[in-house]
Design a protein. Structure first.
Length: 246
């Protein structure tokens, strides 16, 4: 929303002669704390950290559930701060909620980096698919975050755990294998390809060759041949061969 601020300064222009003076205006009272702020205050009275985190996550869900973008925008900074804190104990849940906030009113890239950093350090295997689905949308809308994540994976920074690399490789390879026609010609800046390239190998032809091997191992000879052909078209060598069944 663009606010129009008063221009200039000094005294207001004089009223034309003969015009009746306007009645005094009643001052507008500032709005009180929002429902989210009240919920956070109540949560902060909980002495146990994990229980307090759970109450704050519930408050964020309730705020998102009210479908009031104006209220969400008002509490946007506070919500992001709380989700960064919650990521310490519930990284997947906090990240998915942050993605929902981003979809509704945008987020600060710094908050996205902080929560994603915790997630890549301690991902929950059983929730990885759900979280990636949310993160994929966030990274598509935030090229800066997508490039940062890929560079972090490629550089082998300590925060990106081996568990994250294994989960990402398995899940994203599975998506590419299952939905090959959807991803085969998408740009290299899409989140899936960015992370796969960062994990290695860093060429489309090598990935197509690997996917040809996967299809061949299932006995899908025609699909394997198509993938090997694409691997060659993208600059790969003619090393992929389909094993003939005996």
């Amino acid at each position: 929303m663009k606010w129009r601020w008063a221009q200039g300064g000094g005294e207001p222009p004089a009223e034309p002669a003969g015009k009746a003076a306007e009645p005094p205006r009643t001052p507008v009272k500032p709005r009180g704390p929002s429902a989210f702020e009240l919920a956070v205050r109540a949560a902060e009275s909980e002495p146990e950290y994990e229980a307090r985190t759970g109450l704050i996550l519930t408050a964020v869900r309730e705020l998102l559930g009210r479908d009031d973008d104006a209220e969400l925008a008002r509490d946007r900074t506070n919500v992001q701060t709380r989700l960064v804190e919650a990521a310490r104990t519930a990284p997947d849940t906090a990240l998915r909620l942050l993605c929902d906030v981003a979809d509704r009113c945008g987020i600060d890239p710094a908050a996205g980096r902080q929560v994603i950093e915790v997630w890549t350090a301690r991902p929950i295997a059983a929730e990885f698919a759900r979280t990636w689905f949310a993160v994929n949308g966030l990274l598509q809308d935030n090229a800066e975050l997508g490039a940062w994540l890929a560079n972090s994976v490629r550089a082998g920074v300590q925060e990106v755990s081996d568990e994250f690399r294994e989960l990402a490789r398995e899940h994203l390879t599975g998506l590419l294998d299952k939905h090959f026609e959807r991803y085969e010609f998408t740009g290299g800046t899409t989140p899936l390809w960015q992370v796969l390239y960062a994990l290695g190998p860093a060429s489309r032809s090598d990935w197509f060759s690997r996917l040809g091997d996967l299809a061949a191992s299932r006995g899908e000879q025609r699909e394997a041949a198509r993938r090997y052909e694409l691997a060659e078209r993208f600059g790969g060598s003619r090393t992929g061969r389909i094993r003939q069944s005996r």
